[in-house]
Design a protein around this ligand. Structure first.
Ligand code: SF4
Ligand code: SF4
Length: 263
């Protein structure tokens, strides 16, 4: 369990104790809220773009593991140290002498049936009408239910805002007609973003014209982030840690990477 998740589990005990006192005085149906003031007031940032269904296709044959997307996301969204909205772990596949390295870019899948949404007691996490799953940091109380409910481990506790956080497909950018920062910065052109409701969009064409897959389909959450050239061995891999450079590994108390050249 990561440090971030440990913090959440510790916080969870305190929050549950506080919530229990409240829940005891209201009916169970009212304890879990589907309301969200921003969305209910029809704030466009909360409602999203009606008629669209945003999705992403990641072509693994084009990913070179450079982490440009990881860095661009960090800069665009002011992500604190040691947590990530997107990252690219690497895996070693096969057995000697037939071994190869594989990169697997990861981010929130913006699932069509998101388990993180159904467990949220406050209505802070919800899906916009265009399918983008977001967290309202103003009403999230940091209980951590959603962190534990996500089968993809794609949420984290943000130490700056003290609430749950995750990828938003850069909603603030796509609402202005821009691409998510990770897509814009992808050196290999591996990340393709667009409207899955538009049969002429590149994402629709890619999803319908060639075999595409999602991570861990058995989760039943129906991810809207698809992969091309996803090796079977990778499909059910645990998320894997981000690749850290040697200075970051030293800072985090991890052993030096095996390819480190000794001075
Ligand atoms: S990947 Fe996890 S956090 Fe993202 S929508 Fe799906 S269940 Fe929620
Ligand atoms: S931590 Fe997650 S489940 Fe808890 S209130 Fe915030 S968004 Fe909802």
């Amino acid at each position: 369990m990561s440090n971030v998740r440990r913090i959440f589990v510790k916080r969870l005990g305190a929050v549950v104790a506080a919530a229990a006192a409240t829940v005891a005085t209201v009916s169970p149906a009212r304890a879990f809220s589907t309301r969200n003031p921003g969305r209910d007031a029809k704030d466009p940032r909360y409602v999203g773009q009606e008629g669209k269904r945003w999705g992403m296709v990641i072509d693994l044959s084009k990913c070179i593991g450079c982490q440009a997307c990881t860095a661009a996301c960090k800069a665009e969204n002011t992500i604190p140290d040691r947590v990530f909205r997107t990252w690219v772990p690497e895996y070693e596949l096969g057995r000697y002498p037939r071994v190869r390295k594989a990169f697997l870019p990861q981010l929130c899948n913006h699932c069509e049936k998101p388990s993180c949404v159904s467990v949220c007691p406050t209505g802070a996490t919800f899906a916009r009408k265009d399918g983008v799953v977001v967290v309202d940091s103003k009403i999230c109380w940091g209980c951590g239910y959603c962190l534990n409910a996500c089968p993809y481990d794609k949420r984290y506790f943000n130490p700056l805002t003290q609430v749950a956080d995750k990828c938003t497909y850069c909603a603030h950018r796509i609402d202005e007609g821009l691409l998510p920062a990770c897509v814009e910065s992808c050196v290999g052109g591996a990340r393709i973003f667009g409207d899955l409701n538009d049969p002429k969009s590149e994402v629709s064409r890619l999803v319908s014209s060639a075999p595409s897959a999602v991570l861990n389909p058995a989760s039943g959450t129906r991810p809207q982030t698809y992969y091309r050239n996803l090796a079977g061995e990778l499909q059910a891999q645990p998320p894997g840690p981000p690749i850290l450079d040697d200075l970051a590994r030293k800072r985090d108390g991890l052993p030096a990477a095996e390819w480190t050249t000794k001075a």
